[in-house]
Structure formats: structure tokens, C-alpha cells
Design a protein around this ligand. Structure first.
Ligand code: BG6
Length: 487
């Protein structure tokens, strides 16, 4: 074995999410998910959420990249790159259109069965996120989504349906994508589906004082607690239905550094990292962190945790910790600095790092650092469920897409992973975010492309939807073939 090789059996692959690629938003009995009704935006012009379809508005989820109709072609391309794993999500509203229907939608069940079979045809293991941001809209309207305890029961029923239906076909599961996003400034709407009787248009990027109000914060943390309970119940049920199931959490785990060695910045960065530990401690250790009281007090949040809740959390701890890692942020409280770090990642810009067109810093060392921090805390297997570079790609005169910047990003992050493994971290897989171009979650654009496969589609939904291999496609193929050794 070459020294640069990754551990035998390392799971290389790519990750997508239903509402960002499937399209077919109301086909074959599917209901609306909250994420379907997000309008298109840009980095400077935030997306809006409408509670029903409005005429004259373009919703990128309507066609996605038409994966619903082209999954065979897409999976064939993934197989050509040598994927060992395909991380994807099931759309809850495709299985239960209203979230809590009595019976599942057979056509929805059939669709995912076909997708999983297609993966196995090429020896690709599916890794399934049970929920990736997309609470069914009907539950958001009827009962404020995750604020309502009934949503827990509906989710557990939905997850059990998947475990029973796909027993033997799927062995790896993630309960909630980036569960810590629910405590984010727009997490109440986006992650948790709390509409609070708002019936028109909601600006999800509204970071006004009202968005951080005590009332909103209380709702976010109450919804997050309900998601923790739902996750724990589902982990337990998934193990009972099939003891070979491996079920993980998924936490957005971008690194946070102090901007300087001023102790107030050190403490601020420590507090930012607590947003990860707050969720990780509950899902991995089965109990709230020692700092919970002060963490919540600072935000004006009072949370009710019953003895029964504690028992549920303890009985539903995850088998692995999966994470997304794109970039790093810095915390700076002692001076005014540029905070233009783009989209989800607030914080001061790091003068040592270059940034993408969307302001995300390029920081592979941060990946090594964060993997060590997480593993050092939990000592359970880790999986990188998302990592990638959103960039503007141009089709060149030769008709091809040359993307050396994406290859550079991939190479650097592969090296960082290997260094972390050599440090002793137990990392068992890596799924590049968006191996095929898809709709950006934060901006709704197609222009922010992550793929190794180019999709001919623009921000307004125009294009042939034809697929084309970029230069990075061939690089990732080589990388997988050599089990990471060719970096
Ligand atoms: C993660 C999400 O936050 O980041 C994905 O789980 C998302 O759904 C990814 O697409 C990249 O973000 P964006 O905004 O560039 O699509």
C-alpha cells in the first residue's frame, strides 16, 4: 500500500439533496416541501419563501436539475467516476405529501426503490438523509412545523416507513441534515418550518433585530429540541428494524477561529464552536452539554427538558458523526473588520485566506483542525458528508469546462483529510457536495456550481439540461481509483 493511500474500503462519493436536484415538484402525488417554495435569489438578493405558489415567480425546485427523470444517466456518470457511495435525501413530501398522511404514496416509494437499485447495480452504497431541510409545507402551515410535538410522531412514522421499505437496500442513514442550522438566524423558518401564521412572503435572510428576538430564539431552540427527540427515536427504531443499520447525525462543522489572540476573541470563537458541541453532545453522548444553561441564558432562551426527554435522548445516540465542511470563519469582538464572508457563514474575513466568488474562505487546514477537534471530543467514526467549492464555470471555446480551481480545492482538502487520518482520526468516507451541478441552497442559483458534471441550465431555468464531464470529473475518477494516493 502506498503511504498516501486512504484506509481500505474508504467510501468515496458525492452528495445531493432532493429539493436541489429532483425537480418534478408536484409529480406522482408529491406534496410541497417548505424548500420548494423558496424563490430564486443571488448572493446580494436573498431568497424569499412563499407559503403557496405565486404566479410569475420562478422556483428553482420546480425543475431542480430534473434528476427525478434523469437519475439513471446521473448515477451512471457517478459510477464512471468510481463512486462507492451516493449520499442523497428522500423527500418526505414525496412519501407523505402532507407529512402526516395515513398511508404512504406508493409512487414515491417506488421512485426511491428504483434509485437504490440503480446504485446497487454499480456497487454504489446509498447513504440516505431522512430530512434535508425540507419539512412538508402542510405541517408548517397546520402546526408550525417542528415547534409542534405532533411533528415528531409524523417524522418517526415516515422514517420507520423508509427503514421497513428499504431494509437490505440502504444501510447508512442520516437523521437530519445540518441540524445545527435550526438555531441559525433563519433556522426557525428554513430548518424548522415555523411560519407563525405568516401567509405571504418571508425574507429568510432577514437578520434584523426582530429575527434575533427572544421570542424567535425560544422557538428555534424548542424546535431544535423536538428534532433531537425525533432523531433519537428514529435511531432507536432504525436499529430495532435492522440491527445492521448505521445511523448518523449531520452537523455543519465549519471551523471558527479567534480573529486575534485578544482573550475576548478567543472566548467568542469558543462560543461559536459551542453551536456544534451543543448538537453533537446531545446526538452522540445522549445528553445536553455542561454549558447549556449559560449558552441558552445568554440568548434569553428557556427550554423545557423533561425526564422522559432525557431518557429518549440517551437511548438514541448515533453510530457515526457526519459533517459538512466548506470554510472557516473568525470571531472578532474588539475591532471593526470586514465581515463579508457570504451566505451562511457570518464572521470577520480572515486576511490569511483567499475566498470564493461567494465569499467562502479556502481553508483546507481548517478541515484537518476540525476533524481532530470532533474526533478528540467524541471518539466515534466520522464521515464527511459535504465538502466542495461553489464557483462560476464557463464553457470554453472548445465546448468543454476547464475547472482547475475545483481540482485545487479537492486536492487540498484530500491532503487535509489524509493528514487528519494520520493524526489518528477514524474517518471512513467522503462525499463531495454536488458532484453534479445543482441548485444552491443559500441563493437558489445554478450559477454557483459545485459539480464535476456540468448541467446546461441557468438561474432562470433556461437550458437543455444536458450533462457534460468537466476536467474535475477525470481528476476525481483518478483520485478514487488510486484510493486517494494520486493527490
Ligand atoms: C449545506 C447544505 O449547507 O451547504 C446544502 O447542506 C448546500 O444543502 C451546501 O447546498 C452548499 O451551500 P450552497 O448555498 O452553496 O448551496
Amino acid at each position: 500500500m502506498n503511504n498516501n493511500e486512504f484506509p481500505k474500503g474508504f467510501l468515496w462519493g458525492g452528495a445531493t439533496a432532493a429539493y436541489q436536484c429532483e425537480g418534478a415538484w408536484n409529480e406522482d402525488g408529491k406534496g410541497f416541501a417548505i424548500t420548494d417554495l423558496l424563490t430564486a435569489g443571488t448572493r446580494r438578493n436573498p431568497r424569499k419563501l412563499t407559503t403557496k405558489e405565486e404566479s410569475g415567480v420562478y422556483y428553482p425546485a420546480k425543475i431542480g436539475i430534473d434528476h427525478y427523470h434523469r437519475y439513471k444517466e446521473d448515477i451512471k456518470l457517478f459510477a464512471e467516476m468510481g463512486f462507492k457511495v451516493y449520499r442523497m435525501s428522500v423527500s418526505w413530501a414525496r412519501i407523505f405529501p402532507n407529512g402526516d398522511d395515513e398511508k404512504p404514496n406508493q409512487k414515491g416509494l417506488d421512485f426511491y426503490r428504483d434509485v437504490f437499485n440503480e446504485c446497487h447495480k454499480y456497487g454504489i452504497e446509498p447513504l440516505v438523509s431522512i430530512m434535508h431541510h425540507d419539512t412538508p409545507m402542510a405541517l408548517a402551515i397546520k402546526q408550525d412545523g417542528w415547534l409542534c410535538k405532533d411533528t415528531i410522531g409524523a417524522y418517526v412514522k415516515y422514517a420507520k416507513t423508509l427503514f421497513n421499505e428499504y431494509k437490505g437496500l440502504v444501510h447508512y442513514w442520516i437523521t437530519f441534515n445540518e441540524i445545527n442550522m435550526t438555531m441559525n438566524y433563519f433556522g426557525d423558518v428554513y430548518g424548522a418550518g415555523i411560519l407563525s401564521n405568516q401567509t405571504t412572503v418571508i425574507d429568510i435572510n432577514n437578520v434584523s433585530d426582530d429575527s434575533m428576538s427572544k421570542e424567535k430564539q425560544n422557538k428555534r431552540f424548542a424546535a431544535l429540541h423536538n428534532q433531537f427527540l425525533a432523531s433519537a427515536l428514529v435511531v432507536k427504531a432504525g436499529h430495532e428494524i435492522d440491527p445492521s443499520n448505521k445511523i448518523g447525525c449531520m452537523i455543519a462543522s465549519d471551523a471558527h477561529y479567534p480573529y486575534s489572540c485578544n482573550p475576548i476573541n478567543i472566548l467568542a470563537a469558543q462560543n461559536s464552536m459551542r453551536k456544534l458541541w451543543y448538537c453533537g453532545d446531545v446526538q452522540v453522548r445522549g445528553e445536553y452539554s455542561y454549558f447549556t444553561k449559560s449558552f441558552l441564558k445568554e440568548k434569553g432562551v428557556t427550554l423545557e427538558i423533561t425526564e422522559q426527554d432525557k431518557k429518549i435522548l440517551k437511548e438514541g445516540t448515533v453510530d457515526f458523526y457526519s459533517l459538512s465542511y466548506y470554510t472557516s470563519g473568525t470571531d472578532c469582538l474588539d475591532q471593526k473588520v470586514d465581515t463579508d464572508s457570504g451566505n451562511f457563514n457570518l464572521g470577520a474575513a480572515n486576511p490569511y485566506l483567499k475566498k470564493s466568488e461567494w465569499g467562502w474562505a479556502f481553508d483546507p487546514d481548517g478541515l484537518r483542525w476540525v476533524l481532530n477537534e470532533i474526533y478528540g471530543r467524541y471518539h466515534i467514526p466520522l464521515f464527511i458528508a459535504e465538502n466542495g467549492l461553489g464557483a462560476i464555470d464557463e464553457v470554453s471555446e472548445d465546448g468543454k469546462v476547464h475547472d482547475p480551481y475545483r481540482i485545487e480545492y479537492l486536492k487540498a482538502h484530500t491532503k487535509a483529510m489524509k493528514q487528519a487520518i494520520d493524526d489518528g482520526v477514524d474517518l471512513f468516507g467522503y462525499t463531495w457536495w454536488g458532484p453534479i451541478d445543482l441548485v444552491s441552497a443559500s441563493t437558489g442559483e445554478m450559477k454557483k456550481r459545485y459539480g464535476f458534471i456540468y448541467v446546461d441550465l441557468d438561474n432562470a431555468g433556461n437550458g437543455t439540461l444536458e450533462r457534460q464531464r468537466k476536467d474535475s470529473f477525470y481528476y476525481y475518477k483518478k483520485l478514487i481509483e488510486s484510493n486517494g494516493a494520486c493527490v
